[in-house]
Design a protein around this ligand. Structure first.
Ligand code: GLN
Length: 188
């Protein structure tokens, strides 16, 4: 099993360690050749506008989009969620992504007073709550009818899935709890 971690910017190292702890090879993805032989890809948190720019300059945007469209299992967290959404509010006009999940997200939508917060979430398929760390998280304003909502926080979806793409508004790599990575890997 080989799950690449997009490593252009942001919190990629913690995802690599988490996957390694599950005995999954987790090579960094920085150039198109790094996509060869992957079973899945993680799009980490960070800054989606910067990641967007680096996706273009690295030449990764088109081949990674093609791979995801062809069914590469994808786990996007925080900025990675923004990259997977079809509609982004308060992004840059030229921001690119992968258009995988029919949803509208507002960047930094939880506002300044809640720039960072933590919450225990009830997650579909897990029998005990998941402690979630949100950092300048995207707020999900809308999710399409075909999108599965796996967890909510105060009524808003924060963990969603559509086909082989799962997205989290929070950072599951920043706590000790490996269950969401385990779920992702188990479904590949
Ligand atoms: N606010 C960031 C963005 O818009 C996302 C924050 C994060 O990934 N922790 O890309």
């Amino acid at each position: 099993m080989k799950v690449g971690v997009l490593a252009l910017q942001g919190a990629f190292a913690a995802h690599q360690s988490r996957l390694a702890s599950l005995d999954v090879a987790a090579p960094a993805v920085r150039v198109p050749a790094d996509l060869d032989g992957l079973d899945g890809v993680v799009l980490p948190g960070g800054e989606s506008t910067t990641m967007s720019r680096l996706l273009i300059t690295s030449g990764l945007h088109e081949p990674l989009r093609a791979a995801i469209n062809a069914g590469l299992a994808t786990f996007g967290t925080c900025a990675g969620m923004i990259l997977c959404a079809t509609d982004v509010h308060d992004g840059r006009a030229d921001q690119v992504g992968f258009d995988q999940i029919d949803m509208t997200v507002q960047r930094n939508g939880y506002g300044r007073q809640l720039d960072s917060f933590e919450a225990d979430l009830d997650v579909a398929g897990l029998d005990a709550p998941f402690h979630a760390v949100f950092i300048r998280a995207p707020l999900v304003e809308r999710a399409g009818d075909d999108v599965e909502v796996l967890a909510r926080h105060e009524g808003r979806p924060v963990l969603l899935r559509d086909r082989r793409c799962t997205v989290a508004a929070f950072h599951p790599e920043l706590t000790d709890d490996a269950r969401l990575h385990e779920q992702f890997v188990a479904a590949i």
